[in-house]
Design a binder for this molecule. Sequence first.
Ligand SMILES: Nc1ncnc2c1ncn2[C@@H]1O[C@H](COP(=O)(O)OP(=O)(O)O)[C@@H](O)[C@H]1O
Ligand SMILES: CC(=O)N[C@@H](CCC(=O)OP(=O)(O)O)C(=O)O
Length: 290
Amino acid sequence: MNVPAAEKALVLAEALPYIRRFAGKTIVIKYGGNAMTDDALKEDFAKDVVLLKLVGMNPVVVHGGGPQINELLERVGKEGRFIQGMRVTDSETMDVVEMVLGGLVNKEIVSLINKHGGKAVGITGKDSHFIRAKKMYLKSADEEPIDIGQVGEIQSIDPSLVALLEQQDFIPVVAPIGVGPNGEAYNINADLVAGKLAETLAAEKLILMTNTPGVLDKNGELLTGLSAKQVDALFDDGTIHGGMLPKISSALDAARNGVNSVHIIDGRVSHALLLEILTDAGVGTMIRAH
Ligand SMILES: Nc1ncnc2c1ncn2[C@@H]1O[C@H](COP(=O)(O)OP(=O)(O)O)[C@@H](O)[C@H]1O
Ligand SMILES: CC(=O)N[C@@H](CCC(=O)OP(=O)(O)O)C(=O)O
């Protein structure tokens, strides 16, 4: 890309007020499995996270890995099944989920951040039992409970481990696995972990990176801002469905519970994080409580 020097300088200068405003603040970034498909984009993501840390912010990464779980399930001859955006998780699937989220995906992100000069530490909710969960039931249209196996609903998050890492300038990279009362593992949707963690840490920002330009209306047009009331209407007429359901619920909860700004952005855009945090350019959809 050939950008004239003067233009480059303007963009850099534009970052200053944002760096001042967000220095010392926690920014929770959900890195969705669908945004993780391209190697060059993954490198850009890792560089952006390191840059945010170096200019004084506290990025906390929560990652997904839905497509990566599907890939391994396929290799062992199982098909991934979702109800209301949640994976039906029998015990064999749970083993694959732990391998992919707690192992492969988590360590790949940790390695990439460290390669670019950050100090990333990978953790799951099993570490110091910091994400406690219980079995989640979905509800059918006539309010009957639907059993989807080892899927967890977050009961509590202990912020002390992540806070300790932040204070020591480590970058926490969190896999969305919770732990039950008997030490059993639960598969938790990564958007829900990111939202709850942002609330618990009283984060300044929650950024959900996915594979669409943001929330789209019925005609496929980007909605740049959404209030709770507008979200309800989009739920009711089916415009929001599948993986966008837990994403929006989590975004709304975070906005209602003290997280200053909540955004759903396109992780397929190179350096989307820097654009969202350090420039005037509005990217994606901002979710507002009112
Ligand atoms: N109104 C909507 N606007 C944008 N995406 C939507 C909408 N409703 C459903 N979706 C779906 O939600 C998907 C994003 O959720 P998901 O697949 O869980 O991604 P991620 O892995 O990033 O969490 C989009 O790719 C799209 O298929
Ligand atoms: C219960 C449930 O659905 N868990 C998700 C956890 C990973 C995730 O959320 O990944 P994405 O952010 O890439 O969708 C799953 O098993 O796919």
